[in-house]
Ligand binder design. Sequence first.
Ligand code: SAM
Length: 213
Amino acid sequence: MRIQIITLFPEMFEGVLNSSMLWKAQKEGLVEYRLINLRDFGIGPRKQVDDTPYGGGDGMVLMPEPLFAAVDDAKEKDPDAQVLLMTPRGDLFNQELAREFAATQAGLIIICGRYEGYDERITTVVDKQLSIGNYVLTGGELPAMVVTDAVTRLVPGVLGGETSAEKESFSEAGVLEHPHYTRPEIYRGLKVPDVLLSGNHAEIDKWRADNNA
Ligand code: SAM
């Protein structure tokens, strides 16, 4: 699966894409990430990407030409990819959507907004507008990282134990996974529940089921 991200700040992704599961997913050839610098599609010698809003008001708006050109470039690599726009106005991103995206063979093209936002006309080439929560962030980069992480770990083969994604939180609608404990058995007077030390797997499964939220 290929995930292409259109952003003015590609350097923000370095640590996230090159660590842990996302790094492993690339190394094993399961997922390919491509960072597209919106500035490369800027207009004129100053590579302009933003302009003042029609109708007046504060801030700057990402111009349509660089955005459309960047999406065209991404589509050339992956014509069937779904285009996602990160925006507080979008549908709330959740595990079900992450599962859907990971299951499709088509790639993803994720557009990160900045400043006051983007020229609305870009929405004509967008398949889904997504929000990661009811708050406003400075740009679409953190939301794009959230979507990329949540989708990547569900791409078949990325997680070590194939079953771990099936058991974790949200794999059944509304269910949150039980608590976990590790060594030592007692820490600062706090003891691990006896049942988890019992070796009785039927009882352990029951305790875990009872302690899912
Ligand atoms: N003027 C916009 C508003 O009031 O809704 C906020 C723009 S925000 C400062 C800049 C960009 O960050 C947005 O265009 C969007 O791409 C991204 N963004 C901010 N909060 C987000 C959220 N909760 N979910 C997804 N994207 C978000």
